[in-house]
Design a protein around this ligand. Sequence first.
Ligand code: PEP
Ligand code: MN
Length: 371
Amino acid sequence: MIVILDSSITEQSEAYRQTLDCLSQLPDVVAHVHNIQGAQQSLTEIYLIGDTRKLSAEEIEVLPGVERVIRVSEEYRILGRHRDGQRTSGFEYNGVLFSQDNLNIFAGLCAVDTPEHVEQMLKALRDHGQVCTRMGAYKPRTSPYAFQGHGKACLPYVFELAGKYGIKVVAMEVTHESHVEEIHECLEQTGQPTGVMVQIGTRNTQNFELLKAVGRQQEFPVLLKRGFGITLNESLNAAEYLASEGNSRVVFCLRGVKTNMGDPHRNLVDFSHTPVLKRLTRMPVCVDPSHSVGTRDRSPDGILDLMHAAAQGVISGANMVLIDFHPEPAKALVDGPQAMLLSELGWFLEDVALARDCYEKRQALADRQRG
Ligand code: PEP
Ligand code: MN
C-alpha cells in the first residue's frame, strides 16, 4: 500500500509526524518513507510493507496530510502504475526532463577511443542543438581479449569536453559499483561540467548486487537495459531492485532480445513493447536501435534499418533514443559496423522528429476517439 502525502507537507510538519507515528504503529507492517523528486514537484510517499490486506484505505486516507492511498499489486511496487493515472512519472536531471511524455536523443560513441573523436562527436551534437550523449568508458565485452574501454582514464577529458560543448547528460555504462564512485570523483575534480546517467547493460540486468549498489546512490539517474535473454517481467523486477533501494529515477531501455529469429539483425527488435512498458510502469522508455539492429544495412527505400527501428520506437511513444555514432567507424574500437556517421546526424534527427510528430498526431487522434 502506498500513502501519498499532500505536496505541501514537509518532514518538519506536525501532520507528517502524526501520520508517520500512526502508520509506524500498525501491526505486521513496516512504513518506509520515500521522497520522490518528480518532474513538476517533490512528493513524500510512504510505503506500507507487510500484511496490508487488513488495513482500511479509507481510515488511512483521513490521517492528516494524506492525499491518497493506493493499493498496489505485488509486482513493480514502486515503479508500477497500479492503475493509478495520477502518480507522477518522470524526473528532471541537470536541467533535462525525462518523462513518459517527451523525447530525448542520446547519440554518441559506443566506446570512447580518442579525445579527438570525443570532441568531433560532441561538437556535431552541439551544432545540432543536442544536450545529451552516450559515451562508453567501461565496456563489458564477450571476449576477455577484446578492448575493455579506457575506464577511469578517459573520464576527465570526456566530462570536460561535454561541458565545453554544452552537453548536460552523458549516458555511461558501469559494470561495477566502483565505477559509480570513479564517475562521482571525476565530476567533482573537474567541477561538475556535465551530468551522468549511469547505464546498466543487458549483461548485468540481473546482477542484483550491482543493481542494489546503484539503487542506493541518489546522485545519478539510471538507464537500465532489458536483459537480452530474460522475460520482460524479469527485467522489470530488476528495475524494481533499483527503486526498492531508493533510486526511482530509472529509464528502461529496450535493446532487442537474443535469438537467431532476429537474423540478419543482431537481436530481435522488441520496440513494440514500448506502449506495454508505459502501461505497466511509470518509467520513461528508451529504445536502442544500434544494439538491436547491429548493422548499417539499408532497404531499397534508402533508409537504414537503424533509422527504421528508431522510428518504430518513437512512433509508438518512446521517450529516449540511444544510438551509436562515430566520426570514423572504421577506426572505432567497439561496434564500428553499426555506427552512424556524423554526416548522417542531421538526417537522423530530422527523421526522428518526423516520427515523434506522427506519434503526437496519433495521440491526438486517439484522444478525439475517446471523446
Ligand atoms: C551499450 O549500450 O554500449 C551496450 C553494450 O548495450 P547492451 O548492454 O544493450 O548490449
Ligand atoms: Mn555498442
